[in-house]
Design a protein around this ligand. Structure first.
Ligand SMILES: NC(=O)C1=CN([C@@H]2O[C@H](COP(=O)(O)OP(=O)(O)OC[C@H]3O[C@@H](n4cnc5c(N)ncnc54)[C@H](OP(=O)(O)O)[C@@H]3O)[C@@H](O)[C@H]2O)[C@@H](O)CC1
Ligand SMILES: Nc1ncnc2c1ncn2[C@@H]1O[C@H](COP(=O)(O)OP(=O)(O)O)[C@@H](O)[C@H]1O
Ligand SMILES: [K+]
Length: 503
């Protein structure tokens, strides 16, 4: 699914108005009807409702919602902020229709104003600012937003929480954005919804359909994508009845060190459950016996060193090579990674300690084969590319670094974000806090390695891998709950996850 920017949504809206015989006011009415319906399904008429409207069409939506709720018998009080004397046409129209009802508890704020008491059990409909916000809120608007947040009332934001920019929000402060309990987005989710920093502003979010042009939606190109179950289904290939393991590729996983062989095991389990044709592990010598008994399906090649990886010699050709889980960052390991990456010709999958080794010797970055996949969590990312204070900043740096080094960067978390060298950004929407368990990332590396071995392109392998991994984590949470999931539980549900996604 494509995720559009504000400008793109505006032009899809314009196209709909110009080509599909709909007026702007009708779109506002459609949005308001959908929002009202959603509110009525959640809160009774006895709820005290405050509708806060701004000067633009977000305010127009809010005023139309106020009218519809009044018609449904709700007790509604309305505040319209018209401090610059510049109401949009839609807003003027919605105000007229509201006031035509007669006997409406309506206040138009045109200058200084003392905010009314908003009780904690009230419902606030936030239509102050939507996608027309140009910069973070300051002055009176900022104070009022802060006041609403402090009221502890339940807040429903129309389209976006007021104060939040639809795409990038690096300069936003906690105090100048509405903290919604529910965000009802009009027609499309926004890029900001997929960035972890904004979760506290959005609360639960839901997209409401107002039937903007499907044709124009299809024709509009985007650089942001969300991978959902149906998309994953479309890319996953069915297996031929006549296939053999030779059709599903061979993978090499270089992992483990003394005390961290579990990482190699979990990674291997992830790969094997994801359908790889042949799996070889390169591990330190001390792990030989345990690996052969714990993961009998894999072949094991040991390092000459007992406790860590010191040389990475591929004795055969592999369709995919992954480096990193539990490898440690001993000097000899750093050197082995450097030598190996230097000589590698095909894309690699670099995770965990492979990334930490590169952070120790950043010149390695210059030698990474094009289209390699790097899978850092926030800490690993910062070690590689410098400290960042939020996910959005990391995503922006990832865009820059992916282009510069011609690599794919997968930033772990909810939503896992895959950044391609051409600047395209894919979000994977599966998973949840059950995945926040040790070894979970090692399993993900195994899944991606297996998909690469099976011939999925690196960007698809990364995004699809993240989706399958998250989905398997959700299945594991059904049995073990959010607290009790082990990384091996995730690995063991990958097969079921793939089956579910494909059916
Ligand atoms: N998608 C769709 O198809 C549909 C979308 N719809 C709805 O329309 C909404 C978008 O409406 P919108 O464009 O009128 O923008 P909105 O946010 O209401 O107000 C912008 C106003 O705020 C002002 N302003 C900006 N920044 C400011 C600041 N920092 N501090 C103070 N003021 C600031 C700005 O001033 P200006 O830039 O003009 O100087 C302008 O006057 C959208 O979110 C959705 O709810 C539906 O109606 C139906 C169809
Ligand atoms: N709250 C969450 N929602 C979705 N996925 C999560 C969440 N927390 C962690 N994950 C996923 O779990 C994995 C954790 O990886 P990582 O931090 O490398 O763990 P480890 O180093 O223990 O293997 C990543 O794939 C990440 O996206
Ligand atoms: K809003």
């Amino acid at each position: 699914m494509k995720i559009f920017t504000n400008d793109q949504i505006r032009s899809i809206e314009k196209y709909t108005i110009e080509n599909e015989g709909v007026t702007s006011d009708e779109l506002i009415e459609r949005a308001a009807a959908a929002i009202t319906c959603e509110i009525m399904s959640r809160w009774r008429q006895s709820k005290n409702v405050w509708v806060i409207a701004g000067q633009g069409n977000n305010g127009a939506d809010a005023l139309a919602v106020a009218r519809m709720l009044l018609e449904q018998g709700y007790n509604v009080q309305v505040l319209l902020f018209n401090v610059f004397g510049r109401l949009s046409e839609g807003c003027i129209h919605s105000r007229k229709r509201l006031l035509d009802l007669g006997d409406v508890n309506f206040t138009e704020v045109t200058g200084d104003f003392n905010p009314p008491f908003i009780s904690p059990d009230a419902l606030v409909i936030d239509g102050l600012f939507g996608s027309g916000l140009r910069e973070p809120l300051t002055g009176g608007f900022r104070s009022f937003v802060d006041y609403i947040n402090e009221s502890k009332a339940t807040i429903v934001s129309i389209d976006v929480p007021s104060g939040l920019m639809a795409e990038w929000n690096e300069d936003t402060l906690r105090r100048n954005v509405i903290h919604a309990h529910l965000t009802l987005a009009i027609q499309f989710p926004r890029v900001a919804f997929f960035i972890a920093d904004n979760a506290e502003f959005l609360g639960e979010w839901k997209v409401l359909d107002i039937e903007l042009s499907q044709q124009e939606t299809r024709n509009t190109q985007s650089r942001f994508f969300l991978l959902e179950k149906n998309d994953a289904k479309r890319v996953l290939r069915h297996r031929s009845r006549f296939s053999s393991k030779a059709d599903y590729g061979s993978a090499m996983i270089v992992a483990g060190s003394y005390g961290m062989l579990g990482a190699a095991q979990m990674c291997a389990r992830g790969a094997l459950r994801s359908g790889v044709g042949k799996l070889t592990l390169h591990i330190p010598r001390c792990g030989f016996t345990v690996m052969q008994s714990e993961v009998p399906e894999a072949m094991v090649q040991v390092d000459r060193n007992d406790g860590g990886i010191t040389e990475i010699n591929l004795r055969h050709k592999y369709d995919a090579v992954a480096l990193g889980p539990g490898m440690g960052t001993h000097d000899l390991t750093v050197r082995a990674v450097e030598t190996f990456v230097n000589h590698a010709e095909k894309p690699l999958l670099l995770d965990a300690d492979a990334l930490n080794c590169i952070a120790e010797r950043p010149t390695i970055l210059n030698t990474i084969p094009p289209m390699s996949v790097l899978t850092p969590h926030a800490g690993e990312f910062d070690r590689l590319f410098g400290e960042h204070n939020c996910m959005e900043a990391r995503i922006k740096t990832a865009v820059e670094k992916a282009a510069y080094y011609d690599i794919i960067i997968l930033l772990k978390g909810y939503y896992t974000t895959v950044v391609r060298p051409d600047g395209r950004i894919l979000f994977s929407c599966s998973g949840g806090p059950a995945l926040a368990t040790p070894g979970s990332g090692d399993v993900l590396t195994g899944v991606i390695a297996a998909l690469l071995a099976q011939g999925y392109s690196p960007d698809i392998a990364a995004t699809l891998g993240a989706f399958i991994h998250g989905y398997a984590g959700e299945l594991a949470a059904e049995t073990h709950g959010e607290y009790g999931v082990l990384a091996t539980d995730i690995a063991d549900r990958i097969g079921t996850a793939i089956r579910d996604i494909m059916c």
